[in-house]
Ligand binder design. Structure first.
Ligand code: ADP
Ligand code: MG
Length: 324
């Protein structure tokens, strides 16, 4: 059982940023409006994600630490209808199996919460505890029991860079939610609840970009739609460019989408000029398979050509120099 968890950890938990990704996804799934991410020593020493989501009952708190106990997939059609971010019920057991984890959660308004402490996936202590509704998960000494993997972790600066990237993508995708990221007690960023997407783009990709953003609003919600902001390449000369694409609310770095974006910029991309793109593609979940890879970055479209051309043509239209 624990061996399975450690093997799963090899897939799910590559580095501290992958832990943060899973924990924050869970907070989002729990309907959190406020997510605090605290990191020490590039995440190698400590990672703590606290949220004000729905929390868990005492039983569910123990259950979620067991592999697949909570998988939301019970029938094949569940896979097609997937809307929440997590669905395999193996992240928490996997992370717990390679760290020292504290889980604190409360799923009621009476303040009756529970705290569970695990080492290498084994429950060492638990107690009932008065808590506000929500969940806190603390992960210390990642890979303490798999020294070979611990050796592969990079410098603090590198690891916190990956973490900031993960939180940026999540914050761009969830404008209703307040996000804070602290490293060694210092605030790296904070975005307010209900802040505009433009504001978030400015906070993460740089204030000077704000003046250059062009809105994109193509297609019909419910069928196939594209929303967000892009920058004409001539104004992004000095930057290295950045392509952030989301499918049904999930960050995706997909070959087809990437290609379509560049195709949309065709003729405009001269040497040293790059696209800056923050785009949200929405389509019927049955039209896209997100279960292609465990890290969930790649997807498979039912009608790849249609999605590709829709994005490429949409961007071309928006980028077309206005006559006169
Ligand atoms: P998955 O997200 O794939 O279901 P996880 O191992 O990430 O699997 O989480 C297991 C379960 O634990 C979730 O389905 C959820 O019910 C519960 N859970 C985890 N994190 C939280 C949280 N922050 N708030 C509320 N429930 C949570
Ligand atoms: Mg999850």
């Amino acid at each position: 059982e624990n061996l399975c968890n450690m093997i799963a950890a090899g897939e799910v938990v590559e580095r501290p940023a992958s832990v943060i990704k899973e924990l924050v996804e869970n907070s989002l799934d729990a309907g959190a409006g406020d997510i605090l991410v605290e990191v020490e020593g590039g995440g190698k020493k400590l990672m703590r994600v606290s949220d004000d989501g729905e929390g868990m009952s005492r039983d569910d708190a123990f259950l979620c630490l067991e592999r697949h106990a909570t998988s939301k997939i019970r029938a094949p059609q569940d896979l097609a209808a997937l809307r929440t971010l997590g669905f395999r019920g193996e992240a928490l057991p996997a992370i717990a199996s390679v760290s020292r984890m504290t889980l604190r959660t409360c799923g009621n308004d009476e303040g009756e919460g529970v705290e569970i402490y695990l080492e290498g996936g084994t429950v060492r202590k638990s107690q009932d505890l008065g808590l506000p509704r929500g969940t806190l998960i603390e992960v210390r000494s990642l890979f303490f029991n798999t020294p070979a993997r611990r050796k592969f972790l990079r410098r603090d600066e590198t690891e916190i860079g990956h973490i900031a990237d993960v939180v940026t993508k999540q914050a761009l995708a969830h404008p209703r939610v307040r996000f804070r990221l602290l490293h060694n007690g210092r605030e790296l960023f904070e975005v307010r609840r209900d802040s505009l997407l433009e504001e978030r783009i400015g906070a993460f990709l740089g204030r000077p970009l704000l003046r250059q953003l062009v809105p994109v609003a193509e297609g019909e919600p419910g069928d196939l739609s594209l929303r967000g902001f892009i920058c004409p390449p001539e104004v992004t000369r000095s930057s290295t460019g950045a392509i952030y694409t989301f499918i049904n609310g999930r960050y995706v770095r997909d070959r087809v989408v990437q290609h379509a974006v560049l195709e949309g910029y065709r003729n405009l991309l001269m040497k040293g000029r790059y696209p800056v793109v923050v785009l949200f593609l929405e389509l019927d979940p049955a039209q896209v398979d997100v279960n292609v890879h465990p890290t969930k970055h790649e997807v498979r479209f039912r009608d790849q050509g249609r999605v590709h051309d829709f994005i490429a043509e949409g961007l071309r239209r928006v980028l077309k120099p206005s006559p006169g």
